[in-house]
Ligand binder design. Structure first.
Ligand SMILES: [Zn+2]
Length: 397
């Protein structure tokens, strides 16, 4: 059996996506007024990539079911007969909902509990779609903004005191811990939200604010997400509680279980464990399960730690994260580069820029920007740069 196949991802046209970034990167013609939010490379059963076998395309999850050994021994021992990770490109034009992900144990308990209660998997109020955790990492492809974890309490107090309509909240927080304070905010009614937020929304102008200022994102989200002033979203208050983080192109960040986060603007590469378990925490018209949110949220004070960018030199570089379910590597090349590697477990390669040739004993593929390949476990491969650029590899650590 050959050990190297062409792979084609799938598109997710969520309404928050941009119109041109993904079509341009992947190399297809964008249709007018269509959102192109995500490009997926993986075997997730809801949208599997297509693998090309003898000029025929079959879904990757089906291929893995028929040929589980291509995953690799270590991968199968740790994660069973499924690809443990999912690689994505995201183009965030409008802010995404605030979310967090459970630990493995919380997911196992939550999934079993909802099954026992007979909540259908497609029920919009269902929280746990599977029994897996979902650590995730991302590398920014542009200047990227996100919310990430609670700020230190002293910083939150300072932020609240700076705003007249929020200063009473600072007095309240003095007497509370972050978890109970957060619970109060997330369960506030429309009158309270209006008292806190309307003065800020009506007395500021977006053009006079900078993105380091939480007011900027309150105004920006209200406008971009068309949140009605008489139906304010408690998630808007989180801009005063969470770290607003700028990730520069090439740098990244890791989201551990329980840490609240929201992607606000920009493009990125995302690599995550194969799971759909998302607990929403506002900035969404969808169901917010307050009880589960308060159970799973990690209110520890977070100092955001960025993953340093890959060096701009030819060769292979692997980003460091605490994840055991996946690792992301970066290969930079020019037309003289030769890089050898061994896939101990299955790898997905995506060409981000330029052109390369990848070969093993019996097969060779030439791939240009936007094209990808599936490399089976136990394959010695060689990558020859054809045209200056870089590719990313999703794999196990
Ligand atoms: Zn997430």
């Amino acid at each position: 059996m050959t050990a190297l196949y062409k792979l084609t991802g799938t598109l997710q046209q969520y309404a928050w996506g941009g119109e041109s970034y993904i079509p341009h990167l992947i190399g297809f013609t964008a249709q007018q007024n269509q959102p192109y939010a995500e490009w997926w490379l993986g075997a997730h059963s809801s949208s599997p990539s297509m693998i090309e076998i003898e000029a025929r395309e079959i879904p990757l999850n089906q291929f893995l079911k028929q040929n589980p050994t291509v995953l690799g021994e270590q991968s199968r021992a740790m994660f069973g007969d499924e690809l443990p990770y999912l690689l994505k490109i995201l183009d965030v034009k409008q802010p995404l909902s605030i979310q967090l992900h459970p630990t493995k144990q919380q997911a196992e308990i939550g999934f079993a509990a909802e099954n026992a209660r007979g909540v259908d998997l497609k029920d919009p109020t269902r929280t746990y779609k599977d029994n897996n955790h979902k650590p995730e990492m991302m590398i920014a492809l542009s200047d990227f903004w996100l919310l990430h974890g609670f700020k230190p309490k002293t910083a939150i107090l300072h932020t609240l005191r700076e705003r007249q309509s929020l200063s009473a909240l600072a007095d309240q927080l003095e007497k509370q811990d972050l978890h109970s304070f957060y619970a109060t905010i997330m369960q506030a009614d429309q009158t309270q939200l209006a008292n806190w937020l309307l003065p800020i929304l009506t007395q500021n102008q977006l053009t006079n604010l900078t993105p380091e200022n939480p007011d900027y994102w309150v105004l920006y989200s209200q406008q971009e997400m068309a949140i009605s002033l008489d139906k304010l979203d408690a998630g808007l208050m989180c801009f005063y509680l969470f770290n607003i983080v700028q990730v520069k192109q090439g740098e990244g960040i890791f989201q551990d279980a329980g840490i609240p986060h929201a992607y606000l603007r920009g493009q990125n590469i995302e690599l995550m464990a194969c799971s759909d378990n998302v607990i929403r925490g506002g900035l969404t018209p969808k169901h917010v399960d307050i009880e589960e949110l308060l159970k799973v949220i990690d209110c520890r004070e977070v100092m955001p730690e960025l993953i340093p960018a890959a060096p701009q030199v030819n060769g292979l570089f692997t980003y460091t994260t605490p994840a055991k379910d996946f690792a992301l590597a970066n290969i930079r090349y020019d037309n003289t580069s030769k890089i050898n590697g061994t896939a101990k477990n299955a790898i997905i390669l995506l060409v981000m820029q330029g052109r390369l040739k990848i070969s093993e004993k019996t097969t060779a593929l030439e791939l240009k920007q936007g094209e990808s390949a599936f490399i089976c476990a136990d394959t010695d491969y060689q990558i020859d740069g054809v045209e200056n650029g870089y590719a990313v590899l999703a794999k196990l650590p």
